[in-house]
Every structure is written in C-alpha cells, then in structure tokens.
Design a protein. Structure first.
Length: 258
C-alpha cells in the first residue's frame, strides 16, 4: 500500500493512519477520524480538498445553508461504452469521474443524523454503494425502484442497446446513513411504496414521485438535492443545471408566476 508522508497527512488534519484507494487518476485518502474524503493527483505530496469543475453551483453556499437531515443525489456517472452512441449521457450533460464524485465533501453538509438517497442504474449499483462509503456513510439498502413505463402506464418490456447484456428498464435509489443501524431519523409514514411506476421524461430526468415520497417520510426536515436540474419547494438545490442555489421561498415565488 502506498504510504503518504506525515507532512501530506498534516495538510488535512492529524490522523494516526491514512488509507488510500485508487480512483481513476487520483489517489483517495480517507481519514479515520471523520471519514471525510480528500484526493491528490498522483505523484504529488499535497492533499487538498477537491471540487469537480463539472459543478458550477456554490458549494460554500450549500454548506452555509446546512447542515441537512436528508440529501438526494443523482450523480452524473461517467458510464462505460461509446460516447458517440445516440443515447450517450455525455451528449446531454457534463459527466464526472469516480474520483471527482468521491472528492465531494458530502459529510460536511450533513447533520449528525442524516440520510442520503442516491440514484443509480443497475450497471452503476456497485459504484454507487462504494461512493456512499467513500463519503463516510453506511449503505442501508435499496429505498426505491423506478420501473419505467410508457405514457399509458404500461411497464416497458423490451429495450436495450447492443451489446449490453442488461436492459435499462429500471433505476434504483439506494440509501446511506450516518449511522450503521437503526433509524437515523423518525419516519412520519411507514406506508410508502418502494416501487414507483412512472413514464420516462427527458434524458436522465427522474420522476417526482420519489422525492414526493421522501417528503412524506421526512416532513419539515432540512433537505438538499445534489446535481439538481430544477428547483423543488422546500429543498436547497445544487448543481450546474440548477437555476440557482434555491431555498423554499424562492421556489414558491417561482411557482406563483405560473
């Protein structure tokens, strides 16, 4: 295992040990004390906090708006495969490497007891679980399954782009929490259904049903959406496609104009 100098470790605190995990072109270092992720370019002796250039929202403003009890993240996964195929994600929005995603200091925006919900596809499920752990969270399982339907409401049956051996007919929302067991937050409703049947929208657009359900589960708590593409009432939205870092009041004002 690669060892970092004491000087390098001291730039981000004073841990007794530093553990490293290679992710793309970065070296990942996780502190034992608080599990915050930091990265350094290979071959350097400095480890500074790193924020991806793909995100243009103000992370400092997001931190100032926290801490948050509930966070929903829809990472712009850098999927494998040809970037030139007609449905390639990179044609629709900026992508991020695993190293860039891992470097987001998500624990800094979370309350002591918090839950993070993360969107992923079946092919990125293992990477999503790893990312939760890199962020210092405990993987708690699949919270929601989105079964894609036609506009008439019938589940889509046959679809796929060769040579893939799986078909993207469902997407998952996994959950992680700051606690390894038990309920980190009290549930207002235990009648929430895990399976969501909803039609597809534009590329990568997710159905509102999931966040509607989360609002029912955790009403009145502080919530944030990472990699947001629109504003949602009662949520702080962060991302390079979000109109602004928006509070509930601003979202209400926007709705009143409709």
């Amino acid at each position: 295992m690669k060892r970092y100098s004491l000087y390098a470790c001291l730039t981000i605190g004073q841990p007794k040990q530093c553990h490293h995990l290679p992710l793309d072109s970065f070296e990942f270092v996780q502190l034992n004390a608080d599990s915050r992720p930091w990265v350094a370019a290979r071959g350097t002796d400095r480890m500074d906090g790193h924020l991806p250039t793909a995100a243009t929202g103000s992370w400092a403003a997001l931190e100032a708006s926290g801490p948050f009890d509930v966070v929903v993240a829809d990472p712009p996964w850098n999927h494998w495969g040809s970037p030139d195929k007609w449905a390639a994600a990179g044609k629709f929005y900026d992508l991020m490497t695993d190293g860039e995603l891992a470097a987001l200091p998500v624990r800094r925006i979370l309350a002591r007891k918090a839950v993070v919900f993360m969107w992923c596809t079946s092919s990125s499920l293992a990477r999503a679980v790893d990312l939760l752990r890199v962020w210092g969270l405990h993987y708690r399982g699949v919270a929601f399954v989105w079964c894609k339907t036609s506009q008439s409401g019938r589940p889509i049956g046959a679809q796929g782009v060769r040579p893939s051996i799986t078909k993207p007919l469902t997407e998952f929302v996994i959950a992680g929490s700051t606690q390894p067991r038990g309920r980190p937050l009290p549930l207002a409703s235990e009648a929430i259904k895990q399976t969501v049947f909803a039609p597809r929208g534009r590329h990568s657009e997710k159905p509102d049903d999931v966040q509607d359900a989360i609002d029912q589960m955790y009403p009145g708590l502080s919530k944030a959406e990472l990699f947001a593409r629109r504003c949602r009432k009662g949520w702080i939205c962060w991302g390079n496609e979000a109109p602004d870092l928006t509070s509930a009041a601003a979202a209400e004002q926007s709705e009143s104009r409709l």
